[in-house]
Design a binder for this molecule. Sequence first.
Ligand SMILES: [Zn+2]
Length: 233
Amino acid sequence: MTGIEKLYDLSSTDRAIEHCSASIREIDLALNDNDILLQNQDNLAKASTILQTQETRRTDSELLFESTKTKGDKIEKDLYGGSISNPRELEDMQKELGMIRVQQQRCEDSLLKTLQSVEKTKHVVEKLETAISKIKFRKLKEDKVLIQKKKTLENSSIQLQEYRSKLSTSINSQHLSLYEALNKSRISDPVVKIDRGMCQGCRISLPTGLVHSTRTSKTPVQCPSCSRILVSS
Ligand SMILES: [Zn+2]
């Protein structure tokens, strides 16, 4: 391998290391992403609170209905029991019974509505609980795959870094300094091949003499436009 080819190899190795790091970062983000689960858990907490309130209301409605009914039944029993014969009193009791039965009907309607609401909310709670279980199960499976991928990437990264450090010791120190300087600058891919007379970094057409010198020169030839080190293809 010529000195320039080694620089090209070094650049490719650095890009591969960067690629590994970027993929590891993406995996870490995915591993920590619990947005959907948290959203569903939040919805479940809200639905459970609503259900609790509705259950309390149901108990209250049931008690009110029962007490109204008992009250009505007692008046009815007294009214038709034959123990009271005063017509005025009987008339008053009749009126009171009528009012209580109306009240009882209202209680029953309200209880029915509450029961319907309870059933609806219970259904929502069950659906959310099922969804959460499914999300947790799926995440567990996905995480297992991601953790395995991450391990593979970490191993590749270690191997690439070992290769890089061996490679860099075999490169001319001046050439290496130039490469490192370009690598630290904003230039991505500091060593590029020439494709049909063009710098593959910035796509500018290179002078023929310069293209020729990349084949013969022992020192790195840089693109006059983007400063990348050029490698003849
Ligand atoms: Zn260029």
